[in-house]
Every structure is written in structure tokens, then in C-alpha cells.
Design a protein around this ligand. Structure first.
Ligand code: HEM
Length: 552
């Protein structure tokens, strides 16, 4: 397995708590985070003392938790759901202040009961990508995964990427990004619409002038035609991946024209992009079989790193250390997560093959391996999707905005809103959901927007061969496999519960220069229907809760 980048080069430590959170809200979040994803009787990663400490530190104020109380005056105790916690415990409150201590006991008991479920310890050996290549199994799910690795992955996963070997006719694109990057970011965005409009206009004119001057459209098109005809000699797959990232990043830079994004740019719901950016994007869309005009997790994050794990197309050149380290941590989180997911893909493939061969003992061992590794990956994500790695004070303004898209395509059917980057585009989530038989998050058309055909094929194969529905309660071996699968489900539930809390916390950081916006599919405001931030996040919370409830 490749070594994940996973470092914090700037070693910045700072914490931020939204002014809207009261002490009770903070307790809910702290408990959820302290719980993380851990589970397992043998697991020592739940620190009960620290949980007790958090509870003791809490100074109970009725005004904080009163909104959750639906007490019954006939009884002296009631318990109401406040938060899903990590999906396995929940936090209640007592009607009376004196009973907080009892709730502490109940919560800790719930934690112990739900958390201390472990793997059986009989998992199969973890395999890396080279072992997986050597497996040479004849099975659709294996073929789909290896096709992805060999073709889009250029022989590896996460994909191999090269930003230095574009064919000569396409090299100006990278040079143009380099030339434009210093004009993109600003430390203090203006709150004046007219001033922002002018800034965006100037940025776009400058980029258009460079594109017109430097890109020979005919030569660029011929270079892309050669690849489209199946000849990869002059344009190796790793370089093609780099080019995919380069054009997507140029498109996002042109679309927003300043970072942090500003209301004046959000107000544009239609925008004509330069031909020099549309032409190559149409080839890239065909190659990856996607319909979206914008970038995705693969283009803007995973493929936007060089061999040393540094960002190639920065959106925050010249900004402070904390801003740049957050941008880097965001990209690396997705890269590292996919890198750590290889043993999970391997174990899920082997579990499917073993099940078909009626070797249920091996099947169970592979599911256990998938679970153990999923737990590791989720713990990693929890750690990284947090201060100080991804600084809450700067992420929403300086990193997330420009990765969204917010343009509408008018069609004969209802208009299509393109959202931009979302963690839901990561192979790991679409594959594990499929393997466990959990409903897809995306509709068919959304699935085709930003997720490449070969990634969709991998997820479809995991879904087709998902054996969970074939397990019978009559057989002990089947029950053991279902229990192991359930442990995987619980890891995903933990992720979704923590992600829900964190997503809203991150999005709540102030960004006065813009309207509330996420890369969400359904919370983007339609023209003239901009909602206040709190309302947007309410529907988002509902959406993520629904997803959590589907994770069974
Ligand atoms: C750091 C702040 C984050 C925020 C504010 C955030 C926000 C959101 C929002 C608004 C959605 C719903 C709209 C959509 O589909 O895009 C979403 C979905 C999702 N996000 Fe995030 N996200 C964050 C980090 C992450 C990370 C680090 C991952 C994974 C490594 C991730 C994985 C997902 C997944 C898998 C979904 C689909 C819903 C689900 O399967 O539960 N998110 N996120």
C-alpha cells in the first residue's frame, strides 16, 4: 500500500467554537466526537474517564437543554433524544437538574453497551494493491475493480497522476493556471457587490486573454483526439489524470473568479465559460463518462497533488499558513482515505468470491477484515475532518466555496443545479454502501454527473453481488456473517452521525461576503429563493438524518 501523505506540515493548533453553540450543544458534540467510531469488546479506544470528565465539566443550565425536554410531571425522570451521537448511543436529559448525574450513568451505560462490540478476531490477512493485482480472480467484481485501477487509475489507486507530461499543445493550460493563481485569492473579501463584480470581471478577462494568446485550439484538439481514438502513447494515462485536474481547476477558478467566493458571483446562475476550457472538458467528460460541467473530488482534490503530496493548482496562493494548510489537509484527506481503503476493497471482493464458493468461513474472515479496516479509515477521517487539520475558522470561506459550482442548466425538463464537490463522490462510500446493500445516495442522473463510469461500474458490481440479502437466520455461519456486516454498517452509521454534526458546524462559520451555500444537491437556493443560513442548514440536517436512517 502507498504511504498516505497524512501530515500536518504547518503544525497549527487552534480551536474554534461557534458563538451560537451553548454549553449543552458543546457537550453533545464533544461526546459524539469522543465516541468517534470505536467499537469492539477488546477495543481500548473509548476513554470512559474522559467521557465522565466531559459530563462533569458540563454546567447544567435549563435554558440550554430546555428545548429538548418533553417531561412528564407525573414522573421524576424522562429521557429525550437530543443527538444520534455516533449512531449507537444517544444523549438524553433529565427533567430535573439534580438528575443529571443519573443521565450520566445512563449515557455511559449506553456507550458501554453499544460500543463494546468487537470483531471476532478471526479476520483474514490484510491485502495491499500489489496482492490484489496478483490475485487474478475470475469474477466480475474483481474485473471491474482492476479495470478501474489499470485504466482510470493508470495502474494504481488512488490514481497515478502526472502534471509534467502533458503533450506540448496542452502544456499552456498548466502555465495559465500558474499565472492566474496569484490573482485568485484575497485575505479580506470586499462586501461591496460592485467592487466584487469588477474584481471577478478583471480576473476572467485576464484568464481569457491568456487562453486566447497561449492555447492553439487546433493543436490542443488533435492531442485530445489521439487519445480518444485509443492511442495513449503520446499522452499517458497518469498525465491525462493530471490534465483532468488542471482543466477542472481552471474552470472553477474562472467560474468564481475570486476566492473566497462572493455574492456577486453566486448571483450568476448561468455563465459562459471560455471555449478553450469547454473544448477539452468535453473530451474529458466523454473519457470519464460524466455529464457535469464542474470538477469533482477526483479532479479538485485527489488528482490535484504531486508526487510529494503538494497541491499543484492552489486556490489560496499567498494566503496565511492556516488557510493553505487547511486547503492541503482537505485534498489529502480524500487521497489518504482512498489509499487506506485498498484493504477494504480487497476484503470485500474476496468475501464475495468466498461466498459464491460456499466457503462461509473465509467469507466471514474477509468481512471481518473489511470491518477492521473500515474502522481504521473512519477513525482517520474523524481525526482529520477537524481542527487543527481542517480549520473551521477558514474552511468554509477559503476552501469549500470555490469547490462548489452553483450554476443552473436550463433544460426542457426541470433545470439541473450543479453542486460541485461532495464527499459522496468518493469510491469508498459508494462501494461500501453497495456491498452492504444500503440504498444509493444519488439518483441515476446524479450518479452520472460527477462519478466516472469505471467507478460507477465498481459500485454496481459490489451491489449486484451483495450477498447480505441471501443470508439466512437458520444457519449459524450466516448469522455470524450478518453480525460482521452489521459491524460495518455501524461504522458507517457512526460516520454519518458525526459527519452530520460536523458538517453543520463547519458550514456555520461566518462568511459575510456570500450567501449560505453548500455543494449540496438540494440545499442550493434557487434563484430568488435564497434562504437564511439557519433554514438552509435545517433542510441539510434533515437530508443527512434521512441518510443516517437509511444506513441499516
Ligand atoms: C468538513 C466539512 C464537511 C462538510 C461541511 C460537509 C458537508 C456535506 C454536505 C452539505 C453534504 C450533503 C450534500 C452533498 O451530497 O454533498 C455532504 C454529504 C456527504 N459528505 Fe460531507 N462534508 C464535510 C466533510 C466530509 C468528509 C471529510 C467526507 C468524507 C471523507 C464527507 C463525506 C460525505 C458523504 C459520503 C456524503 C453523502 C451523504 C452520506 O453518505 O451520508 N464529507 N457533506
Amino acid at each position: 500500500m502507498k504511504t498516505p501523505f497524512a501530515t500536518n506540515p504547518f503544525n497549527i493548533k487552534h480551536m474554534n467554537i461557534s458563538p451560537h453553540e451553548n454549553q449543552f450543544d458543546k457537550l453533545v458534540v464533544s461526546l459524539t466526537e469522543a465516541l468517534g467510531t470505536s467499537s469492539g469488546l477488546t477495543s481500548d479506544d473509548v476513554n470512559v474517564t474522559s467521557l465522565m470528565r466531559l459530563m462533569k465539566l458540563y454546567d447544567s443550565q435549563e435554558c440550554d437543554w430546555g428545548k429538548y425536554a418533553f417531561g412528564d410531571s407525573e414522573t421524576d425522570y424522562t429521557r429525550n433524544l437530543v443527538d444520534e451521537g455516533n449512531g449507537k448511543s444517544n444523549l438524553g436529559k433529565s427533567m430535573s437538574l439534580t438528575l443529571v448525574a443519573i443521565v450520566v450513568v445512563l449515557v455511559v451505560a449506553a456507550i458501554l453497551r453499544y460500543h463494546f462490540q468487537g470483531d471476532s478476531g478471526s479476520h483474514s490477512p490484510e491485502i495491499g494493491l500489489e496482492d490484489l493485482k496478483a490475485l487474478n480472480t475470475r469474477h466480475d467484481v474483481y474485473s471491474a475493480f482492476m479495470t478501474l485501477v489499470n485504466d482510470e487509475g493508470a495502474g494504481s489507486w488512488p490514481p497515478r497522476v502526472n502534471h509534467d507530461k502533458f503533450p506540448p499543445a496542452l502544456r499552456p493550460y498548466r502555465q495559465i493556471y500558474d499565472a492566474m493563481a496569484p490573482f485568485l485569492a484575497t485575505a479580506k473579501p470586499s462586501l461591496d457587490d460592485e467592487c466584487n463584480k469588477q474584481r471577478c470581471q478583471e480576473f476572467r478577462s485576464r484568464m481569457q486573454a491568456l487562453l486566447t494568446e497561449k492555447v492553439d485550439m487546433k493543436a490542443a484538439q488533435s492531442a485530445l483526439e489521439v487519445v480518444q481514438s485509443g492511442n495513449w502513447e503520446a499522452f499517458p494515462r497518469d498525465a491525462y489524470n493530471g490534465f483532468y485536474s488542471c482543466i477542472a481547476c481552471l474552470r472553477h477558478a474562472y467560474r468564481w473568479a475570486t476566492n473566497p467566493v462572493v455574492k456577486a458571483a453566486q448571483d450568476e446562475r448561468q455563465l459562459r465559460l471560455p471555449l478553450e476550457l469547454d473544448m477539452p472538458w468535453s473530451y474529458l467528460q466523454r473519457r470519464f463518462d460524466i455529464t457535469s460541467p464542474c470538477g469533482n473530488v477526483m479532479t479538485n482534490a485527489i488528482c490535484n497533488l504531486d508526487a510529494h503530496g503538494q497541491i499543484v493548482y492552489p486556490i489560496n496562493e499567498g494566503m496565511s499558513d492556516v488557510v493553505r494548510s487547511t486547503e492541503l489537509a482537505w485534498c489529502r484527506l480524500f487521497y489518504d482515505m482512498e489509499s487506506m481503503a485498498i484493504p477494504i476493497y480487497g476484503a470485500m471482493i474476496q468475501a464475495i468470491v468466498a461466498f459464491e464458493q460456499r466457503d462461509k468461513k473465509s467469507c466471514l474472515a474477509h468481512v471481518e477484515t473489511a470491518f477492521v479496516n473500515l474502522r481504521k479509515v473512519m477513525q482517520f477521517v474523524f481525526e482529520r475532518m477537524n481542527d487543527p487539520y481542517i480549520a473551521r475558522a477558514v474552511w468554509v470561506r477559503h476552501v469549500s466555496g470555490i469547490h462548489s459550482w452553483g450554476l443552473t442548466l436550463e433544460t426542457d425538463d426541470p433545470p439541473i443545479e450543479y453542486g460541485g464537490l461532495s464527499g459522496s463522490q468518493a469510491l469508498l462510500f459508494i462501494s461500501v454502501d453497495a456491498f452492504l446493500g444500503i440504498n444509493r445516495y444519488h439518483s441515476d442522473s446524479e450518479f452520472k454527473r460527477d462519478i466516472s463510469r469505471e467507478m460507477r461500474d465498481v459500485a454496481a458490481a459490489f451491489r449486484r453481488y451483495s450477498f447480505r440479502r441471501l443470508l439466512s437466520e437458520k444457519f449459524e455461519e450466516d448469522i455470524a456473517i450478518e453480525n460482521a456486516l452489521k459491524r460495518m454498517v455501524n461504522q458507517l452509521r457512526s460516520f454519518r452521525a458525526v459527519h452530520k454534526v460536523r458538517a453543520i458546524r463547519y458550514l456555520s462559520a461566518p462568511a459575510p461576503e456570500r450567501l449560505a451555500m453548500t455543494a449540496a444537491l438540494s440545499v442550493l437556493p434557487s434563484q430568488g429563493e435564497e434562504k437564511p443560513a439557519a433554514e438552509s442548514y435545517q433542510s441539510l440536517d434533515g437530508m443527512l438524518t434521512k441518510r443516517l436512517n437509511e444506513t441499516v
